[in-house]
Write a protein that binds this ligand. Sequence first.
Ligand SMILES: O=c1ccn([C@@H]2O[C@H](COP(=O)(O)O)[C@@H](O)[C@H]2O)c(=O)[nH]1
Length: 230
Amino acid sequence: MTPAPIAVALDAPDLETAARWAALVTPHVSTVKVGLELYLRYGPDVIASVKGASGVQVFLDLKLHDIPNTVAGAASAVARLRPAILTVHAAGGPAMIRAAVEAAPHTEIAAVTILTSLTEVDLDRIGLAGPADAAVRRLAALSVEAGATALVCSPHEVSAVRAEVGDRIRLITPGVRPTGAATQDQARVATPERALADGADLLVIGRPITGSPDPGAAAAAIAASLRRSV
Ligand SMILES: O=c1ccn([C@@H]2O[C@H](COP(=O)(O)O)[C@@H](O)[C@H]2O)c(=O)[nH]1
C-alpha cells in the first residue's frame, strides 16, 4: 500500500523515542519530520537515526530566519544531510528565501507563512491585522517568486493559497487534528480529511499520533481514513 501523505512530527525528548516512533509509523506514512527539539539536542546524527533502514523521507523543520548570508550558510550546512524538505520563515523576505534555495539545490525549500498556533488576535498584536488568509496569501506569493517550491500554511488557508500559487507548489499543512482530538497549542486547525480535500499535499501530524499508546496504529488509522475519503 502507498504510504499516506503524512509527515509525522517526531517532537521527542530523546533520540531513542524518536527512532522508535519513526520505525512504528513508517510503514504507513511517507515522511517523518525532525524539528528544533531533536535537532538542537542531537545535531545531524538524528537524520540517520530516524531514517533507519526504511528510507522514509526526512523533513527538516528548522524554520530558518536570519539575514540572507547567515541563512545561506545554515542551509548549506544542513544540505549535506540531504533532507527532502527544509523550512525557512517566509517573513525573512525574498532575498533570504532565495539564499536558502540556492544554497540547498537538492532539497525542497518550504516557506512557513503564518504559524498555525497564531490566532487573529495574535496577528493583530504583531502588526498583521486582518484575516490570516490575506497575510498568508501575500507571504505565499512572495515565497514562490523567490524560488520556494513548497509552502507551509494552516488547513484554513490551504484552498486560498492553492488559488494563489497553482498546482505545481507543494502545500504542507500542520494544525491537523482528527475529529475529537485536542487542539493543544494549535489555533487554526482542521481534520486530515478536510485538509486533504481542500488541497493540502502533505499533512503534518505530531501529538495525535505520537501521544497515542500505539503510534503505529494511530498512523495506520489516519492513513486509512484518508484513503476512504478520496
Ligand atoms: O505553522 C507551523 C509550522 C510548523 N509546525 C510544526 O508542526 C508540528 C505540529 O505538531 P502537532 O503535535 O501535530 O501540533 C510541530 O512539530 C510544529 O513545530 C506547526 O505546528 N505549525
